[in-house]
Design a protein around this ligand. Structure first.
Ligand SMILES: Nc1nc2c(ncn2[C@@H]2O[C@H](COP(=O)(O)OP(=O)(O)OP(=O)(O)O)[C@@H](O)[C@H]2O)c(=O)[nH]1
Ligand SMILES: [Mg+2]
Length: 700
């Protein structure tokens, strides 16, 4: 594998709404660049970037796929990302190693929900963007309408640098509006255009398009503006560098047209990227996350600096083991180097330094600053870690991922599955940082959390196929709690004095509510030794144990204060156990008086939907006992914020998908506990009684 200098590398994140044809377009570019001998296809499962078993089965991208090809002497590293809302955070992760972003839209739908999302990501990372309106061979694909929609959504700094020739099935080629040349293609051909005269029917539009570019380039550059005023145009020798500068500074966003499946225009996209997109060395310095209090430092992407690199993806291949994909931020990395993982303070050996082409590792002797590489069998390195020269530790920022939106209880099918489950899940969690696996202390269930139903289904399927572990998913139990609304004064007396050594404990307590989140307070208000000091902790212990078992429905009692104010004891028969039992008895009696009530977790929910679904979603939230907190409008999307009891949100992911044809997304997190209304409380109590029906409490 050839070694490339920093200036000859282009790192491109390919992002967009689901199904707009990103993977297909990448496949076409790779074919055009001679990486594959023919066009590979998503529906055949033959593409380089959708290689993972689950991606092939579902015919969609699920995580970042990496590929590269050489074009015009440059190495173009391509990061193909998923567009489906539950996996779109991978598009964000791909922006860490990228210097430019290819935003793909569908020629029929143009701007969609996830187009906005990925655009916002690129904005956050301040990356240059090239827009490709893809699938131009489809019925109803429309160049003008797409341009308008894009400019409406993202502003007037988006400008076509290409126009299609022909329409829909009659798509024939493209006009390069920068150099004013036209190219014709064979639909389904090798992707290499033949130069032809600009057809008469697009000549006027092409001329206007060229002028629009000239004006926009001049706008941000005083010298060019002057030249434009003087001459009425800007010659190529000034226009091209001016255009490049505007693109690199993300002041201007070029729009191109293509058909990935028909392989039309892909050579021009490659031409454009290699000519106008920045090399890593042109990226502004990267700011680190200070390791000690202080200001972030700047790091230049350059061979001359000491070695630093950051892992941006981890693959756990059942055969090869762990493969780490990383970007060299500075310095030159050589094969077999020993590199310090700063995040985990461990040295790692980079044996068999490689670059990844889909699932294949191709050996390389060294990688220069800005390039992307892969290495197998690192010991401790995980996604997000920063590594490098031992003498100069740094930490690069990691992507902030959304909180999981959905949680299921997960149970192994058999005993054999139980043994394998944790291991398999942990391997999958190394690959996918959005998976969480934990045990709920209260309900004792193992829980798995992710971005949505399909996300969890993918995990379950990978567990089965890769790790031969079968599980059952269930809606998680709601971790209800109990509390009191009133005060109580109760007496607990435990006395067994028949024959032999007796037992005697006796206490009087008062009980009162605490505010939400107050937990439990125990106040020792005993005067004059009516209970000896050494037995007082036993009373408290009895109360705590009883409270953990609940009173109404077996859920832990919280937010209350107990004041122990009186009691009595027996010189011989009193012991710790007796006072513990007395505490428990007092607690139970107090609960009866203190208006026990159920509490439920309430989630803070944020739902993003296209405007037309807003009414239906609000109505639905109402029926889920939701309280709307606010509504926002963001470019054709409504963002609804609400507080909704967790019990009503257990299957929300699937419900939202059904209600919005998959166009809605939501996030939620636990916010606070609140009283369960009487009607629901009765049901929860009845259900819990039925579940515990046969259980008889055993005195200890
Ligand atoms: N007609 C036509 N169909 C296309 C074109 N590009 C892709 N498709 C089809 O569109 C569907 C989706 O293509 P993908 O390449 O998987 O789309 P994607 O954007 O990678 O989808 P995700 O990874 O799920 O976000 C496939 O059935 C493709 O065959 C195109 O240029 N023209
Ligand atoms: Mg894809």
């Amino acid at each position: 594998m050839k070694v490339y200098q920093s200036a000859d590398v282009r790192n491109l994140a390919v992002v967009g709404h689901s199904h707009c044809g990103k993977t297909t377009l990448v496949a076409a570019m790779l074919y055009t660049a001679g990486v594959t001998p023919k066009q590979t296809r998503v529906d055949e499962g033959s593409t380089i970037t959708d290689w993972e078993e689950e991606e092939v089965a579902r015919q969609m991208s699920l995580s970042i796929g990496v590929a590269y090809g050489e074009w015009a002497g440059k190495k173009v590293n391509i990061l193909d990302t998923p567009g489906f809302n539950m996996f779109v955070h991978e598009a964000k992760a791909a922006m860490i190693p990228a210097e430019s972003v290819l935003v793909v839209v569908d020629g029929v739908h143009a701007v969609e929900v996830m187009t906005e999302r990925v655009w916002a990501y690129a904005e956050e990372f301040e990356l240059p963007r090239v827009i490709v309106v893809n699938r131009m061979d489809r019925d109803r694909a429309d160049a003008q309408r797409s341009i308008e929609a894009l400019r409406n959504a993202f502003g007037r700094h988006l400008v076509p640098v290409m126009l299609p020739i022909g329409q829909e099935k009659g798509l024939k080629g493209v006009v390069d509006l920068v150099r004013m040349k036209a190219y014709q293609y064979d639909l389904g051909g090798n992707g290499k255009g033949r130069e032809v005269p600009i057809p008469a029917d697009v000549a006027d539009a092409a001329k206007a398009g060229h002028e629009a570019i000239v004006e926009l380039v001049a706008e941000g550059n005083d010298e060019l503006m002057q030249e434009f005023f003087d001459k009425g145009t800007i010659p190529d020798e000034h226009l091209l560098p001016g255009l490049r500068e505007a693109i690199v500074a993300h002041r201007l966003f070029p729009i191109m047209f293509a058909s990935g499946l028909g392989n039309v225009g892909t050579d021009k996209i490659l031409d454009f990227i290699t000519e106008f997109a920045p090399a890593p060395v042109e990226r502004p310095p990267v700011h680190d996350t200070p390791l000690a209090p202080g200001e972030p430092e700047e790091h230049h992407i350059s061979d001359a600096e000491s070695l630093t690199l950051q892992a941006f993806k981890t693959v756990n291949d059942p055969f090869t083991g762990r493969i780490t994909l990383f970007k060299v931020f500075s310095g030159v990395l050589k094969t077999d180097a020993s590199v310090q993982n700063y995040t985990r303070s461990t040295a790692e050996k980079f044996s068999h330094l490689s670059v990844m082409q889909g699932k294949s590792l191709n050996a390389v002797t060294e990688l220069h600053a800005g390039d992307i590489g892969a290495v197998a069998k690192l010991k401790v390195t995980l996604t997000g870690d920063t590594l490098g020269d031992k003498a100069h530790p740094v930490a690069y920022p990691v992507v902030k991922l959304p909180e999981p939106a959905i949680t299921f209880a997960i149970e192994p099918k058999t005993r054999a599955d139980e043994d394998k489950l944790a291991n398999g899940l942990h391997k999958l969690m190394e690959e996918d940082m959005m998976v969480r696996f934990f045990r709920d202390e209260q309900t004792k269930e193992f829980l798995i959390a992710g971005t949505g139903q399909q996300h969890i289904e993918v995990i379950v399927s990978k567990l089965k196929k890769r790790y031969h572990t079968e599980v059952v998913l269930k809606a998680p139990k709601v971790p209800y709690r109990e509390t009191i609304r009133g005060k109580a004064d109760a007496h607990g007396r435990h006395k067994k004095q028949t024959g032999g050594h007796g037992q005697f404990g006796d206490c009087k307590i008062k009980m009162e509510p605490l505010p939400r989140g107050g937990g439990f307070e125990f106040v020792n208000d005993i005067f004059g030794g009516s209970i000896p000091r050494n037995f007082i902790p036993a009373v408290e212990k009895g109360i705590v144990e009883a409270a953990a078992r609940g009173h109404l429905a077996g859920f832990p009692v919280v937010d209350y204060r107990v004041i122990l104010y009186d009691g009595s004891y027996h010189d011989v028969d009193s012991n710790e156990l007796s006072f513990k039992v007395a505490g428990r008895l007092a607690f139970r009696k107090a609960m009866e008086q203190a208006k026990p009530s159920l509490l439920e977790p309430v989630m803070k929910v944020e739902i993003t939907i296209p405007d037309e679904f807003a009414g239906a979603i609000m109505g639905d939230l109402n029926s889920r006992r939701g309280r709307i907190q606010g509504m926002d409008n963001k470019a054709g999307n409504t963002v609804v914020k609400a507080e909704v009891p967790m019990a009503e949100m257990l299957t929300y992911g699937a419900d939202l998908t059904a209600m919005t044809q998959g166009r809605g997304s939501f996030q939620m997190e636990m916010d606070h506990y609140d009283f369960v209304p009487a009607l629901q409380a009765e049901k929860v109590i009845a259900h819990s009684k039925a579940e515990r029906g046969e259980l008889v409490e055993v005195e200890d």
